[in-house]
Write a protein that binds this ligand. Structure first.
Ligand SMILES: NC(=O)c1ccc[n+]([C@@H]2O[C@H](COP(=O)([O-])OP(=O)(O)OC[C@H]3O[C@@H](n4cnc5c(N)ncnc54)[C@H](O)[C@@H]3O)[C@@H](O)[C@H]2O)c1
Ligand SMILES: O=C(O)C(=O)C[C@@H](O)[C@H](O)[C@H](O)COP(=O)(O)O
Ligand SMILES: [Zn+2]
Length: 364
């Protein structure tokens, strides 16, 4: 088992990474002072595959978990579902010094994380990710929250777990489409900072799809290293953390434009990365060769742009609510200069976004 420690101004927490390590989870809970009574929040699919085993591991070691199960999918990141979770937590009398375990993908992590941040003004949180995306991204860095019909993640908080526990063995049951979504965010780390990640995926694509666990641990470890290093420098996204939002201005607009249906977050973000790279290419700051390597790798993930269900003006309306906008006319964003290197711009216009959307509408 490997460990990365994420260090912030006032707190630090470990991220444990390994393969087939779930048996060690209760000992780590003990080590981190977790009280026996705890709430496990998960979704129906994860519960169906893993809950019995997980609960039995916890009970054998003296824990008394109570379970909250939500429907799988993005639509659960909503006020309605959150409200039901609060009722369950209150009824089970989860106390201030007790813990919520977010056991699932990014949807569960964001939702349970936000519940942990506000229930009783904050209870302990453990992130126990079961998707690739959650392992490399959503479980790290403290962004938690829910969606609004006008825009993605518009209601939320920064709230960190006491620890993160990533067992890549969970990936063995992950559907291919979900795996690709996670891989999309891994490619993002390659583009924004670690060109080696990009090269590893480019040259080992089939092995990765065949779930070479050693390779997966390397990719998960490197991705978490990139994300942690950024969060450590700018926890609250004053500027530098916006680098992690590469592809998300357009991607979130697409997700909201589809009412959070049809495309998964990872897929929307891959289109977002292509669109935002198109802006960099059009500005003449990204060379054709790198732009085409990015497009080739991202389109290898089997992406199909659902243009029949999307309208450009609707996407643009949602992009108008992007959290990185500080003035009405211009967007803040990092754009790629080459694979592994980004630069910050505070002057991206809606016209450029519109042309990037035209480019996407003209693909496949
Ligand atoms: N907080 C952050 O920093 C951050 C970062 C990236 C993404 N996100 C958010 O994460 C969400 C997407 O997360 P996701 O891609 O994990 O989606 P998800 O949570 O919807 O999980 C994808 C699907 O896989 C299923 N699943 C989970 N683990 C499984 C397993 N081991 N085997 C089989 N099936 C499994 C789930 O039930 C679900 O149907 C989005 O809401 C996105 O906004 C947040
Ligand atoms: O952690 C971050 O910072 C990110 O931007 C990571 C993104 O992959 C993630 O999708 C995040 O939830 C986006 O946050 P938001 O602030 O744009 O809603
Ligand atoms: Zn994302």
């Amino acid at each position: 088992m490997r460990k990365i420690t994420l260090k912030l101004k006032n707190i630090k927490y470990p991220i444990y990474i390994g393969n087939q390590i779930i048996d060690r989870f209760p000992d780590l809970c003990r080590k981190h002072g977790v009280k026996p009574h705890l709430a496990v929040i998960t979704d129906k699919i994860v519960a169906g595959i893993y809950l019995d085993e997980f609960v039995s591991i916890l009970k054998k070691r003296g824990f008394a978990p109570e379970i909250i199960i939500v429907n799988p999918g993005e639509e659960s990141k909503s006020l309605n579902v959150l409200s039901k979770i609060f009722t369950d937590l209150i009824q089970m009398k989860l106390r201030r010094d007790e813990t919520i375990v977010a056991f699932g993908g990014g949807v569960v992590g964001d939702l349970a994380g936000f519940a942990s941040a506000v229930y009783l003004r904050g209870v302990n949180l453990i992130q126990l990710p079961t998707t690739l995306l959650a392992m490399v991204d959503s479980s790290i860095g403290g962004k938690v929250g829910i969606n609004h019909k006008l825009g993605k993640n518009l209601i939320g908080s920064f709230y960190h777990p006491i620890f993160v526990f990533s067992d890549v063995n969970f990936l063995k049951t992950l559907p291919k489409r979900e795996f690709m979504c996670g891989l999309g965010e891994v490619v993002k780390y390659g583009i924004i900072m670690d060109a080696e990640i990009f090269k590893i995926i480019e040259s080992n694509f089939d092995n990765i799809l065949n779930l070479d666990f050693k390779l997966m641990q390397t990719l998960v470890f490197r991705s978490i290293s990139v994300k942690s290093s950024v969060v450590q420098k700018d926890e609250k996204e004053k500027k530098f953390r916006m680098i992690l939002n590469f592809g998300h201005t357009i991607g979130h607009g697409i997700e909201a434009g589809l009412n959070y249906r049809r495309l998964k977050h990872g897929e929307a973000i891959m289109f977002g990365m292509i669109g935002e790279s198109f802006i960099a290419f059009s500005r003449g700051i990204l060379r054709e060769k790198d732009f085409s390597r990015m497009r080739n790798l991202l389109f290898k993930m089997g992406l199909v742009f659902p243009k029949k269900f999307l309208a450009k003006d609707v996407i643009l309306k949602h992009i108008g609510y992007d959290k990185k906008i500080f003035s009405e006319q211009r967007l803040n964003m990092y754009l790629p200069m080459k694979i592994g290197k980004m630069r910050f711009f505070n002057d991206v216009s809606f016209g450029e976004i519109e042309r990037a959307l035209d480019f996407l509408f003209n693909q496949n």
